[in-house]
Write a protein that binds this ligand. Structure first.
Ligand SMILES: *[C@@H]1O[C@H](CO)[C@@H](O)[C@H](O)[C@H]1NC(C)=O
Ligand SMILES: *[C@@H]1O[C@H](CO)[C@@H](O)[C@H](O)[C@H]1NC(C)=O
Ligand SMILES: [Zn+2]
Length: 448
């Protein structure tokens, strides 16, 4: 869809005046948005003459992704577990990898109370079939983490791995849309984005579902499907977010370098709705952008892009599931500015893959570090709030407190009942009289 318009831009580029350059930049950012979030019926997904295609010596395919993940879990059961409960419409597994140091507890106690609760993350890859890069990036991250398991003690690799595995609790949807990937491998159509029925999984969720930031046309790349959650591939998001209390959800994509916080939908855009904690979320987006060499633009989805996206997963996780952090990370690309086809728009050439993957690692590092600090801060705030209430009594106060309580109760029990029935003095007199005798009573009650 963007091809014709891109050609016009290229004609502009050949003309030197700077005004044309400005118009070019304006148009190209517009087209980038058009392409990423798509627009109306323009986004068909028919195949194109690709500039380059993946070589499976460099890129993974559906089969080698499965092999990699299952090997990982078999080799390192202390750190990786596999949930095989989820499948695509065509019965291809949607691997859910649970990664943490299972022998360190989720909660640890230090001398000042709770010192570490692992933030719990849900990372989602491969929603869009043609975006191979995010899945490769996740595999690269996993390789990097496992490398640290064999590294010398206290080497940077060893420390990195321990930091990630012991401080975080991470769930990974390895490839949300395996049918789409399978279809690409079978047909060689690298423009395919949807599920086996052509539904854009990232427009199929009940958050302003059906808005103009999606399409009702089954031939469109932004086809939202007949109704929300029409795709079996969406079930994994529902079940995981219902079962676990996630601190963060991150949906990884490619096509450009941008990081969005919620919301991206047309209704929020019109009503200027922002998440209640937008400042907190923007701080994370900023940290990731800086880590990525500041080439990443970040902001509210509908602000960064001229066109809205309705029914997205990250809006749903923020708006419906109330996950504190919900980001959409577009992790690689230059945008549709150079007469791109499909594979090259979303994925680097084979020989540049490893370098691009290395470049994407600081995004995760910033994400992890930021969330560990955020969680620790939260826990400490909760702890100190609790410390100020009556519920909390330091140990050194317990014994004096109990002694005072005993003394108080002794006096209280002895005197108060008398005062209450207005016979305090008469009873006292009775006591003092009787105390002269061999029988000692208090308030008329025999205590010896
Ligand atoms: C998948 O990749 C492997 C290499 O990792 C290759 O041997 C295999 O033929 C590929 N499968 C397909 C269907 O291309
Ligand atoms: C996992 O946790 C155990 C127990 O706390 C610790 O001894 C070990 O070093 C940790 N390993 C990694 C890789 O984090
Ligand atoms: Zn995408």
């Amino acid at each position: 869809m963007a091809t014709q318009e891109t050609c016009t831009i290229r004609t502009c580029i050949t003309k030197p005046p700077s005004i044309f350059m400005h118009i070019t930049l304006l148009f190209s950012s517009l087209i980038i948005c058009l392409f990423l979030f798509g627009l109306g019926s323009a986004g068909n997904v028919s195949p194109r003459a690709e500039l380059y295609v993946p070589n499976y010596k460099y890129y993974h395919n559906v089969s080698s992704i499965g092999t990699f993940i299952t090997d990982l879990v078999v080799k390192h059961p202390t750190y990786f577990r596999l949930d095989l409960n989820f499948k695509s419409r065509s019965n291809i597994p949607q691997y859910v990898l649970h990664m943490t140091n299972f022998s360190s507890s989720r909660i640890s106690y230090g001398s000042h109370g709770v010192s570490n609760v692992k933030p719990r993350l849900l990372l989602s890859f491969g929603e869009h079939a043609r975006e191979f890069f995010p899945v490769e990036s996740m595999i690269h991250l996993l390789k990097r983490i496992t490398r640290g398991l064999y590294a010398p003690l206290n080497s940077p690799e060893d420390q990195y791995t321990k930091h990630v595995l012991s401080q975080l609790d991470i769930y990974i949807i390895v490839m949300a849309n395996p049918d789409g990937r399978h279809l690409i491998e079978k047909t060689g159509n690298y423009c395919w984005r949807g599920t086996s029925t052509g539904v854009d999984l990232d427009r199929n969720f009940p958050w302003n579902f059906g808005g103009r930031g999606s399409s009702g046309d089954p031939g469109d790349e932004e086809f939202r499907g007949p109704f929300p959650h029409s795709e079996p591939e969406g079930r994994v998001y529902l079940e995981l977010s219902n079962t676990h209390h996630f601190d963060a959800f991150i949906s990884f994509h490619s096509g450009i370098k941008q990081i969005y916080i919620p919301f991206a939908d047309s209704a929020s855009r019109k009503a200027k709705i922002v998440p209640v904690n937008s400042i907190v979320q923007l701080a994370l987006a900023e940290a990731m952008s800086k880590a990525g060499g500041s080439s990443f633009k970040y902001g509210i989805g509908y602000n960064l892009c001229e066109y809205p996206a309705d029914g997205t997963i990250y809006d749903y996780m923020a708006g419906v599931k109330k996950i504190p952090y919900s980001l959409n990370v577009e992790m690689w690309g230059e945008g549709d500015v150079d007469n791109k086809q499909c594979f090259d728009l979303f994925n680097p050439p084979n020989e540049k893959l490893v370098a691009s993957l290395d470049d994407s690692m600081p995004l995760y590092d910033a994400l992890f570090t930021h969330l560990v600090h955020w969680k620790q801060k939260q826990i400490h705030e909760q702890y100190h709030q609790l410390g100020q209430t009556d519920l909390y009594i330091p140990k050194s106060y317990v014994i004096p407190f109990l002694l005072c309580l005993c003394v108080f109760l002794a006096i209280f029990c002895r005197q108060v009942p008398c005062a209450f029935n207005h016979r305090f003095y008469s009873r006292k007199r009775v006591v003092s009289l009787r105390s002269l005798s061999s029988t000692f009573t208090v308030s008329g009650i025999k205590i010896t």
